[in-house]
Design a protein around this ligand. Structure first.
Ligand SMILES: CC(C)(COP(=O)(O)OP(=O)(O)OC[C@H]1O[C@@H](n2cnc3c(N)ncnc32)[C@H](O)[C@@H]1OP(=O)(O)O)[C@@H](O)C(=O)NCCC(=O)NCCS
Length: 157
């Protein structure tokens, strides 16, 4: 099984909103409110036009969408990653491939990135395992969450 990625376009917007408002996605999110179409459109417009963000969508070999990986530069050289698989594509180990391909794409485009950081709710074992399988390492625990980091070849402190 392989996952292929490309950057998102407006044609992906409705799928991304639907996946965002999925019950399990919201349970595993730090912000669990239901996002309206209006709110989503404003956010989407911002993230596709601001170089601080990079959104990558994944496909399987049948050209079906499997999920989204988003990156957000929190500070100089440090990007925060989020992943959300399409609800009907969960539970088959695709999440780790989506993360891996997303990170490869992102680091090829932003090669001066120092590190990629994931913040995951501590009970979200599927997510923690997926990040670890994609090459992330446990960094620390913070209130109710686990921080994992991608060991990019650049020197990290
Ligand atoms: C998190 C997510 C990307 C994981 O992707 P996935 O492909 O569905 O992951 P899987 O269900 O195949 O689980 C990954 C691994 O965790 C294991 N796992 C899942 N739930 C587990 C549990 N409760 N206890 C132990 N292991 C568990 C699976 O067995 C699998 O292990 P393996 O790789 O050794 O086979 C996906 O489920 C998702 O998008 N969830 C909703 C949004 C979300 O939580 N995003 C992350 C926010 S940081």
């Amino acid at each position: 099984m392989r996952v292929f990625v490309r950057e998102v376009t407006w044609q992906d917007s409705d799928d991304i909103l639907r996946w965002r408002n999925d019950r399990i996605t919201r349970e595993n999110s730090f912000d669990s409110h239901i996002v309206s179409k209006k709110e989503h459109d404003a956010w989407f417009q911002k993230v596709i036009s601001d170089s601080k963000y990079c959104l990558v969508i994944g496909f399987n070999a049948n050209k079906e969408k499997v999920g989204i990986v988003s990156f957000n530069f929190e500070s100089q050289g440090i990007a925060e990653i989020n992943v959300n698989s399409a609800p009907d594509k969960r539970g088959h180990g695709l999440g780790s491939m989506l993360i891996k391909e997303g990170v490869n794409y992102f680091l090829a485009k932003f090669s001066d990135t120092k590190r990629v950081v994931a913040k995951v709710k501590e009970h979200n074992i599927a997510s923690i395992k997926s990040f670890e399988k994609a090459g992330f390492s446990f960094r620390k625990r913070v209130a109710g969450a686990v921080i994992l980091e991608f060991p990019h070849s650049c020197q990290v402190d």
